[in-house]
Design a protein around this ligand. Structure first.
Ligand SMILES: Nc1ncnc2c1ncn2[C@@H]1O[C@H](COP(=O)(O)OP(=O)(O)OP(=O)(O)O)[C@@H](O)[C@H]1O
Ligand SMILES: [Mg+2]
Length: 369
């Protein structure tokens, strides 16, 4: 089922005399979610992710704009008639019900031709419980489950009506790192097996990048960029997106373009043909640095960290504007780098370097070499 969001906007009115202006939680969001895909909705806290899901499932009404499921305009349809399964940010299970009771709960109030017998409900619940691998826990109460198991019960409960669209709001937020990794792979598997169009909200960019077919990056209610995870990483539309994706984050420098050459401080680092002279912001991915005795970018070397496969060089440079204040370069473990040197020189990989307008922070299209 494809889901079309058409100029979707949600404004919450200011409350009380002292309240500041209205909040536009979702601002003119248009996107056609392709059938059967998993979309990662990504952005900092308060950017409008949960509100977007509430609009799709019908718990909130848009201030303006429309929502279609396939050809059906569902904008005015109540949530229970939309065929949406949702796992909420705080996936609260009913504590007094068993796992089985929790999963069959959405089936209990089906009416008319959809009404199910107890046997049918239990059979259906067992089917989805098997999908999320909790079929041996059906008699337990939520308090007798681990966090990851509870989360899977919540997912089973969202799946039991075989929704047309599945919405998951930070479904892994309460899990430890390992379980998180495992559960996200499971979500990908379940999504593949069922083919249900899914929107997955997270503020963890690694999580979104690793399981999504496409990601949507939001900031203050406004969509910044939509695309395949790798495409967005390789080709960010603006500095916000460039900074948001990637661990460690992109390194940021003040730069200047003069006569077709890009400078960081006094160092002529790359050729930037066709770019007009002026000040720019330069983003360099951590993997964009090559230690090179003849490299133009001479930095003070603070330390070298070996972390598993990666070698990171932590360095500083007066033009560096990264929030942490330091440059973090990830280099090949085979690189010949002295851990005790005071300085390190880098040349830069042109396809790992992006230029941004200094003021507007929009990407400047260019071919660096
Ligand atoms: N019912 C509401 N009334 C007024 N303002 C609201 C309401 N719900 C959300 N907001 C505001 O809308 C903005 C977006 O909120 P939303 O919950 O969608 O963010 P989010 O991206 O899900 O954040 P988080 O990552 O913290 O869950 C916030 O500024 C929030 O304060
Ligand atoms: Mg939220």
């Amino acid at each position: 089922m494809k889901v079309i969001l058409q100029n979707l906007t949600k404004t919450f009115p200011a409350r009380g005399k002292k309240a500041s202006a209205d909040v536009t939680a979702v601002d003119n969001f248009s996107f056609e979610i392709p059938d059967g895909k998993l979309i990662g909705l990504l952005g900092p806290s308060g950017c409008g992710k949960s509100t977007t899901l509430s609009l799709i499932c019908g718990l909130q009404k848009p201030t303006s704009g429309k929502i279609f499921f396939g050809e059906d305009d569902v904008t005015d349809l109540p949530p229970e008639n939309r065929g949406v399964g949702m796992v909420f940010q705080n996936y609260a299970l009913y504590p007094h019900l068993t796992v089985l009771g929790n999963i069959t709960f959405p089936l209990e109030n089906l009416r008319g031709k959809d009404k199910m017998s107890r046997e049918q409900m239990n059979a259906k619940a067992k089917e989805v419980a098997a999908l999320v691998q909790i079929e041996n826990l059906l008699d337990r109460k939520p308090s007798e489950l681990s966090g990851g198991q509870q989360q899977r019960v919540a997912i089973a409960r969202a799946l039991v009506k075989m929704p047309r669209v599945l919405l998951l709001d930070e479904p892994l937020s309460n899990l430890d790192a390992r379980l998180r990794l495992q559960t996200r792979e499971e979500i990908r598997r379940i999504q593949n097996e069922t083919g249900i169009t899914t929107v997955f909200v997270t503020h963890d960019q690694d999580e979104a990048m690793s399981i999504s077919d496409m990601i949507v990056v939001m900031k203050s209610g406004v969509v910044q960029q939509i695309g395949a995870p790798q495409a967005v990483y390789n080709d960010p539309a603006n500095l916000f997106v460039a900074k948001f994706l990637g661990t460690p984050p992109i390194n940021v420098f003040d730069g200047t373009v003069r006569d077709g050459t890009l400078y960081i401080g006094d160092a002529a680092v790359l050729s930037a043909p066709g770019i007009k002279d002026g000040e720019v912001t330069v983003g360099v991915r951590p993997e964009g640095f090559i230690p090179d005795g003849n490299g133009a970018l001479v930095c003070r070397q603070n330390r070298v960290e070996v972390m598993g496969r990666d070698v990171s060089v932590i360095a500083s440079h007066p033009a560096c504007r990264t929030e942490s204040g330091v440059i973090r370069a990830i280099i090949s473990a085979e690189s010949d780098i002295s851990a005790v040197a005071d300085t390190v020189s880098f040349s830069l990989k042109p396809n790992k370097v992006f230029l941004f307008d200094r003021e507007m922070e929009e990407r400047i299209p260019c071919k660096l070499s």
